[in-house]
Design a protein around this ligand. Sequence first.
Ligand code: CIR
Length: 263
Amino acid sequence: MAKTLRAYDFDSAIVRRPGVSVVKGLRAGGQDDPSYAEVTAEHDAYLAALKDAGVGVQVLDPLEAFPDSIFVEDPALVFHEGAILLRPGIGSREGETAAIAPVLRERFDRVLELEGGYVDGGDVLTMSDRVMIGLSARTDREGAESLIACLAELGRKGEVVQTPENVLHFKSDCSLMDDATVLSTRRLAESGVFSSYETLIVPEGEEGAANALRINDRVFIGVGFPGTIEMLKKAGYKLVELKTSEIAKIDAGLSCMSLRWHS
Ligand code: CIR
């Protein structure tokens, strides 16, 4: 009998190396530019961790014209059943979709396109029974509805939810830990979106830890979040601690640096 794939079973991924322009990546606050060398080091460690988790990784060349293109999660969504080309909700990143489209057309038999509106992949949380789409400053209702139509074509159910105010992406505030459990900030969990899930709440002051990443038997987590790390260890998760302080300067975390799927 074929094995049922869980939402965190992955054997394939795509990443894109940072260009030197990454230092000009978007940020909502007034953070300093990150260092190119340190972003590259964080990216290298992330790539090594993916490989160590048993994932085959395709590494794309940098795209200097798009400072944020290292965050390949935002212009597309990928599943075992096929890929969906999204439309990032900020002008400077819209062209990233056309850049990644040929790569996805080579890797997937089915590549769907959003009919209308805007969706950033960072607003999309794939769970085993549904795909949550968080409305945000980047993802609008039209985009979310178009995405639900694409998901239906792939046999998946989409659900529109709300990203907390002043939070970049839905997944800035949460990540799937396993089929029954979500790691979340308090502000997001209190909105009730995870009522049918167990929630592990990151301690106050560690909101950045909520963007963790479950890959196969392990969870990638940012270093510098001791309370969250202790909580997850106690809950029995195998952790891979990765430095994210440079990419955090451009509002990024662990999910955004890869597109992941099971072939
Ligand atoms: C942006 O503002 O678009 C980038 N500086 C950060 C994108 C992070 N993406 C993600 O969490 N999915």
